[in-house]
Design a protein around this ligand. Structure first.
Ligand code: PLP
Length: 459
């Protein structure tokens, strides 16, 4: 049986009596600043619905409904059988870092050596690594909003100043170098870019990136860094090709280019991600963080990571999946627009649609309900899109993500939902049909707000 040493023993070791010690808070204050990713957090609500016997259509999670390719599964299995199951280089096995360097050279046209590459468990860790490595308290970090919520989470965690680059639907969620220029100051330490974008599906063109690169060269301090999140690099529609800021003059020496296998190769559970850093010295810091946190990414998984880039079968698998996403996009955008009160733009990449649902909120009386809750001093974090999101889940079995899940600062007054189209066509059809029905269910919404579910969720 495990025995816990009594607290009193530690106290005596410090030669103080328990009564003399100030009460310490159990949780360090910095933890209150760490955000979350609601796509995972919503899992508890979904489970509650499933436990009640509901059939839930999961538009919430950004995970391809495709399986990892058989030729990659075989490589990992063989590597395990061959005994490659121990610790390995914390920066990543050399052949994988070499394959990543070659991939970046082929796709971005820049020279990279493997000693500038660090492998991490997925493309999420390098976001926190980057903020911790470069950003001090009081430094400013510019990041897209709406954007992946983990950016804002880490910026707040380290006590830096979050500077959201607000993207608006009226401008197709695009931004120009001028928009960015307005946010750059002497204290700008990090600029985060994400193209193709989660959640908007926006894609930065070569010209737009050239404009941003020129601005960075001109206006940013030499020690400012760009974090280019390119995890959706393979998922582009309408024949578009992936473009990266790192391909522009002066950018390789300032940019951390991050990507991985989760999305493009349908390998979310494998946890294979990587970053190319501007210098070997900076890469050594990422390696040191790996050592401090998780030692290394399993070597047998990294061997499959090599094959993903080098086996020609991979390109065929990626094409098959991206074509399916494109067909789904082509179906879902007009289908959503046919629901009164929904306005949805056509994404150019990634696998999300991000419709404006303010018209539905109006028709169902969500704004009034939200106002009543706020007036009563309840539900401080409830937004209209958030209430609609819960109505869709608890009454119609459709799990979506609200706008505030993609950066809270500046999210007020923006009523959008994100739907992942990384779901089978049949589920997409059923989900949209349910949403169309829900959008007319004024009485059902009023009943939901008054129900036990409504009280539990909104106070
Ligand atoms: N960056 C963006 C923009 C994402 O959307 C995601 C996942 O949803 C990640 C990073 C994290 O990717 P991974 O699952 O490889 O950690």
């Amino acid at each position: 049986m495990l025995t816990r040493p009594p607290v009193i023993a530690e106290v005596t070791a410090h030669k103080q009596s328990p009564r003399e010690i100030d009460p310490l808070p159990l949780i360090a204050s910095r933890m209150s600043r760490l955000g979350t990713e609601n796509a995972f957090k919503l899992g508890d609500d979904i489970q509650r619905c499933v436990d009640r016997g509901m059939d839930v259509i999961r538009f919430n999670l950004g995970a391809p409904d495709f399986r990892s390719a058989p030729h990659l599964n075989r490589v990992a299995g063989k590597a395990l059988d061959a005994g490659r199951s121990g610790y390995c280089d914390p920066a990543g096995i050399f052949p994988f870092r070499q394959a990543i360097a070659d991939h970046v050279r082929r796709t971005r046209g820049i020279d990279v050596t493997p000693d500038r590459v660090v492998v991490t468990p997925g493309a999420k860790p390098p976001i926190g690594y980057t903020v911790q490595t470069y950003v001090d308290k009081g430094d400013e970090v510019i990041y897209p909003s709406p954007g992946f919520p983990i950016y804002e989470s880490w910026v707040r965690f380290v006590g830096a100043v979050p500077v959201p680059l607000s993207l608006s639907a009226d401008r197709n969620f695009a931004f120009t170098a001028d928009d960015l220029a307005a946010l750059i100051t002497e204290r700008t330490k990090l600029i985060i870019l994400c193209s193709p974008s989660n959640p908007t599906g926006g894609v930065l063109s070569r010209d737009e990136l050239a404009g941003i690169a020129a601005l960075v060269r001109e206006r940013c301090r030499p020690d400012a860094r760009i974090y280019s999140d390119e995890i959706y690099e393979q998922i582009l529609f309408d024949g578009l090709e992936h473009e990266s800021i790192v391909s522009h003059p002066g950018m390789p020496e300032r940019t951390l280019l991050a990507s991985g296998h989760s999305k493009g190769f349908a390998m979310t559970g494998w946890r294979l991600g990587w970053t190319v850093l501007p210098t070997e010295e900076e890469a050594a810091i990422f390696k040191r963080i790996n050592i401090n946190i998780m030692s290394c990414v399993p070597p047998f998984l990294q061997e499959a990571g090599v094959a993903a880039y080098e086996d020609p079968a991979s390109a065929r698998e990626v094409r098959r999946m991206v074509d399916a996403f494109e067909r789904r996009r082509n179906w879902i955008v007009p289908a959503l627009n046919a629901i009164p009160g929904v306005r949805c733009r056509k994404p150019k990449g990634a696998f999300y649609v991000f419709p404006d649902v303010s018209g539905v909120c109006e028709r169902l009386g969500v704004y009034e309900a939200c106002e009543t809750i706020h007036k009563g001093g309840r539900g401080p974090q409830t937004t209209p899109a958030g209430m609609l999101q819960m109505f869709l889940l608890y009454r119609y079995g459709v799990a979506t993500m609200d706008r505030a899940s993609f950066g809270t600062i500046g999210a007020e007054g923006q009523d959008f939902l994100r739907l992942s189209i990384a779901n089978g066509m049949e589920d997409i059809r059923r989900g949209v049909a349910r949403m169309a029905e829900a959008a007319n269910d004024t009485r059902g919404f009023a009943e939901f707000v008054q129900s036990d579910d409504g009280s539990a969720l909104f106070g």
